[in-house]
Design a protein around this ligand. Structure first.
Ligand SMILES: [Zn+2]
Length: 170
């Protein structure tokens, strides 16, 4: 087997920056710097080095499948826009038409456009173990295999993951 495999070691400070980015991958370097008492330049350098190591801070989350754009006279959802003419457009997202219809009954909208989501959004998220699927609460074990990065929550999962990946290759 010629494929390169290794575990990535993070320094203490890289780990602390990653902890913040795990919760909010869009947080600006300046804000992270303030939280950790570092300079913005230092934080930018750490983020670059994390990227070079192949550590990903955003995880693609599948969007809800359906979205209703609902015209109302006040904001009726956590995702809401005000039109130039003074109406509101509230977005209602769900995977089932039934759920959307239930919401619409409560809202009694002026107009509705129902649409299907085209793909994925990047959302704030946490790290999950690639073996057991559990949420990783402490330091993740980062495992690089070829170009892919995997996360494990513990050594047992890391070993399981390695075995599983080896089997898949055979
Ligand atoms: Zn696990």
């Amino acid at each position: 087997m010629s494929e390169e495999t290794n575990e990535i070691k993070l320094s203490d400070i890289e780990f602390r920056v990653l902890q913040i980015l795990k919760e909010d991958a869009r947080m600006p370097a300046a804000k992270i710097a303030k939280q950790l008492g570092l300079s913005r330049v230092t934080v930018s350098r750490i983020i670059n080095s994390l990227r070079k190591k192949g550590v990903k801070f955003t995880i693609e989350a599948k969007d809800k499948e359906l979205v209703a754009f609902v015209v109302t006279d006040s904001c009726k959802s956590t995702e809401c826009y005000k039109t130039i003419s003074g109406d509101f457009i509230s977005l209602i997202r769900s995977n089932t038409l039934n759920e959307i219809e239930n919401e619409l009954e409560k809202i009694k909208p002026k107009n509705v456009i129902l649409a299907r989501s085209l793909g994925k959004r990047f959302v704030r998220t946490s790290l999950y173990c690639d073996y057991c699927g559990g949420k990783i609460e402490s330091e993740p074990i980062i495992y690089k295999r070829g170009k892919k990065i995997y996360y494990a929550c513990c050594n047992a999962c890391l070993n399981g993951l390695k075995k599983k990946l080896t089997k898949l290759k055979d």
